[in-house]
Ligand binder design. Structure first.
Ligand code: ACO
Length: 341
């Protein structure tokens, strides 16, 4: 657990947005493609019914730009008012450079302010949001565009039934700005355990094993996941991070109004919901529509929950993420408190 922080200014979310590719791939589509799976297996084990897939030629930045613009519109800000861009992604358009954040900064017409990517797999959005809160807290930035965007469908072996059925593509975005005292990101908890990195790993295509003809044969450029091991690690970490975050602001799970969790597996979400004593209508679930969109899953869910009126002024919101690294994190947010003018 991290130390208590000295917050100079309260940082909160003042706008939300999302973007998803049009192409829908249903569970039945996998069966039609000849994969040895079924709608029943996928639905029962994961909760997923369909996912959105980026067409060839569409990259993570295309979705990030759309989600970013939607969040700006929702916040009522122009791109010129943004003074920092943070993009959480593990599937950048280009493997080395430029970063996805730089592409977003240019394509949205944002001034030549700082722009960088954060890499923490499916926990990326929680890491990026926590990072943004520090920049607002110290007064370094006034309005930060924080985006979670991923196209993991481009990195899965579409003949590997244990992985390809899980992921979808998408982007979600928020604008983080100073809000009234007592509102915004009240507490955060970030964690990593690199010793468990092997359970979700892409072994090829990086500096250790650069692209080669051999790699294309051994398929090491694709996502490898030990699903069972990952499931256990997630189950053991999800409640402790939530408790750590709540403890920092002297709150308990009884105080939570609404939870927006990472959408990786319905059974994991249900486990957390029951442990926290939350009712079904206190948790946002859209995994059935989009699958696991990695760092995009929480901000997409946030955008939908806000537009449906599930999160309102004064709601105490819990956001929890987990993923490759192994990384896990959570944020407690008091919704609202937007400063006028
Ligand atoms: N269709 C049919 N059968 C399948 C499929 C499929 N798509 N995939 C695997 N199976 C089979 C397996 O081969 C196995 O068969 P066997 O018993 O004959 O060996 C059987 O189903 C059970 O497989 P398991 O992997 O043990 O299934 P499990 O119940 O663990 O569910 C799952 C797999 C859904 C992946 C689960 O382990 C899980 O959700 N893990 C956590 C994933 C996660 O949290 N990811 C978050 C991070 S992702 C990120 O950061 C990018």
């Amino acid at each position: 657990m991290q130390n208590k922080q000295t917050i100079l200014k309260s940082a909160g979310i003042i706008g939300v947005g999302k973007a998803l590719p049009d192409k829908i791939v249903t569970n039945e589509d996998f069966v039609k493609l000849g994969l040895d799976t079924s709608d029943k297996w996928i639905t029962e084990r994961t909760g997923i019914k369909e996912r959105r897939i980026a067409e060839p030629g569409m990259g993570t930045a295309d979705l990030a730009v759309k989600a970013g613009q939607a969040a700006l519109d929702n916040a009522g800000l122009t791109p010129q008012e943004i003074d920092l861009v943070i993009v959480a992604t593990t599937t950048p358009d280009y493997p080395l450079f430029p970063s996805t954040a730089c592409l977003v900064q240019d394509r949205l017409g944002i001034k030549k302010v700082g722009a960088f990517d954060v890499s923490a797999a499916c926990t990326g959005f929680n890491y990026a949001l926590t990072t943004a809160a520090q920049f607002i807290g110290t007064g370094f930035a006034k309005n930060i565009l924080v985006i979670g965007a991923d196209c993991l469908s481009k990195y899965v072996d579409w003949t590997d039934r244990s992985v390809c059925i899980l992921f979808g593509d998408g982007a979600g975005a928020v604008v983080v700005s100073e809000v009234s005292e007592g509102y915004g990101i009240l507490a955060s908890d970030l964690n990593a355990n690199g010793a468990e990195g092997d359970i979700l790993i892409t072994k090829g295509g990086g500096s250790k094993k650069p692209f080669s003809a051999e790699m294309l044969k051994d398929k090491s450029h694709f996502v490898f996941m030990n699903g069972k091991a990952l499931y256990k690690v997630v189950i053991n970490s999800i409640i402790p991070t939530i408790e750590n975050t709540l403890k920092k602001v002297n709150l308990t799970s009884k105080d939570i109004d609404y939870m927006v969790p990472h959408q990786a597996n319905l059974r994991i979400i249900e486990y957390a919901r029951k442990k926290l004593g939350l009712k079904k209508d206190q948790v946002y679930i859209n995994i059935q529509k989009y699958g696991n969109t990695s760092s995009a899953s929480i901000p997409i869910a946030l955008a939908e929950a806000v537009s449906l009126g599930k999160i309102k002024e004064d709601s105490l919101l819990l956001s929890v993420g987990f993923g490759g690294g192994f990384t896990w994190a959570s944020n407690i947010i008091r919704w609202g408190g937007i400063k006028k003018g």
